[in-house]
Design a protein around this ligand. Structure first.
Ligand code: DC
Length: 232
């Protein structure tokens, strides 16, 4: 990329939403992408999509070279007309990414620095006019440190387990609160303590603790902050 192209790309507004598992980043980020008519990136889906491809190809997390080769074949899209669901190479893979096998391998893959470096380039490619809303763990710290608006969305682990429990019960799926709570605590621990790109709020991020807030209240606060940052 030429210096000119890079300058132009850095002028394209990016709103990042980082935060722990189960905090509702996806819901907030998609609503903001709709409100601002920006593109959308779920960076977790990139790790999950690569994991799904690895499962299909019989590649293990330790085979870094094969994973890098595989990541170069991944073309992800989140079409607004399909409610920003994940598509890979033209196919809707949104549901396929949610399996336990996929989650577990995605988490292992996400701790391999070479894979993170490869997916970094891909994520930065989503910065296209008129703008981008991107969600994940390290978007404000590593992927888009120059983002115009950074939000770190947080909530207590009890509240996140409660939300997940309610979601599953509403879908008619049986769930065990204690099990969900333990698994959220485990993922937090792994995300916050890994050596490459650990989950941490960027020093210039606006932290929103949504523990006692409704989705509408979080959105209202986020929109005011983003309009200030983007001067719109
Ligand atoms: O948000 P999620 O559960 O879909 O993320 C899937 C996995 O990818 C999870 O183990 C955390 C990891 N991840 C990451 O390391 N960095 C990101 N920016 C997004 C997700």
């Amino acid at each position: 990329m030429s210096v000119d192209q890079r300058d132009r790309r850095e002028n394209i507004p990016v709103i990042v939403i980082d935060g722990p598992a189960g905090v509702g980043k996806g819901t907030i980020a998609k609503r903001l992408a709709t409100a601002f008519e920006f593109h959308y990136l779920d960076s977790g889906a990139a790790y999950r999509a690569l994991a799904a491809m690895a499962v299909e190809a019989g590649i293990e997390a330790a085979d870094v070279l094969a994973l890098i080769r595989l990541s170069q074949q991944l073309s992800l899209q989140f079409p607004p007309e399909h409610d920003y669901q994940a598509f890979a190479n033209g196919q809707n893979i949104d549901q396929a990414l949610r399996t336990e096998e996929c989650s577990s391998l995605a988490s292992q893959i996400a701790s391999v620095p070479e894979v993170r470096a490869e997916l970094l380039k891909m994520q930065r490619g989503f910065r296209q006019p008129p703008g981008l809303v991107a969600e994940g763990r390290d978007l404000g710290t590593v992927v888009f440190p120059d983002a115009q608006a950074k939000i770190f969305l947080d909530a207590s682990s009890e509240e996140r387990a409660r939300r997940r429990y309610k979601q599953l019960i509403e879908k008619g799926i049986s769930a065990n609160f204690d099990h969900l709570f333990d698994s959220i605590r485990e993922r937090d621990q792994r995300d916050r303590t890994r050596s490459t790109a650990p989950l941490v709020a960027a020093s210039d991020a606006r932290v929103i603790d949504s523990t006692d807030m409704t989705i509408e209240a979080v959105l209202a606060q986020a929109e005011v902050y983003i309009r200030e940052c983007l001067e719109i």
